[in-house]
Write a protein that binds this ligand. Sequence first.
Ligand SMILES: Cc1cc2nc3c(=O)[nH]c(=O)nc-3n(C[C@H](O)[C@H](O)[C@H](O)COP(=O)(O)O)c2cc1C
Length: 144
Amino acid sequence: MAELAVVYLSTQGNTKKMAEAIAEGARTRHVEVKVDSFFEWDPAEAASADAIAVGSSTFDYAMHPPISKFIDKMVHAGVEGKTGAAFGSYGWSGEAPVQIANKLRKAGMEVIDPVLRIQYSPNEKDLLECNRLGKDLAGKLKRK
Ligand SMILES: Cc1cc2nc3c(=O)[nH]c(=O)nc-3n(C[C@H](O)[C@H](O)[C@H](O)COP(=O)(O)O)c2cc1C
C-alpha cells in the first residue's frame, strides 16, 4: 500500500489538528498513513514514504527553526520526485507553509498548490479542507 508521512510542529495543537484531519482524509482513500510530531519522526523514515506532508505554525514570520532543520535532514535522505504538501496554522502573516513548500520544491518534490493555511484553531469547515488535502495527496499517489 502507498504510504503517506504527515510530519508537523505545533506549539498549542492547532497545526496538530490540521495534521490529523489530513491523515484522516488520506485514510478514507486507503493509503497507509503515519502522522506524528517531527520530534517523533526519524527524518530518513519520513523521506522513505511515497508522499510527505509537512506542517508548522508561523512564529516571528517564519517556520520554527527545528522543523526547518528536520526538513534539511529529510531532504538529505532523498525525496526527489515525491509528492508533497505544506500546511500550518497561523495568526496574522502565515509565512511558514510557503517557506516549507519552497524547501520541498527546491529538493525536487512536487508540492500541491496552494499551501493550506488556517488561522488559529481549525473549525469544522477548515477540518474538511484538511480532509480534502489528505484525499488529494492519496489520489496523486494512486495515479503514480
Ligand atoms: C510568540 C508568538 C509569535 C507568533 N508569530 C506569528 C507570526 O509572525 N505570524 C503569524 O501569522 N502568526 C504568529 N503567531 C501565531 C501562531 O502562528 C498561531 O497562534 C498558531 O495558531 C499556533 O499554532 P500551533 O498551535 O500549531 O503552534 C505567533 C504566536 C506566538 C505565541
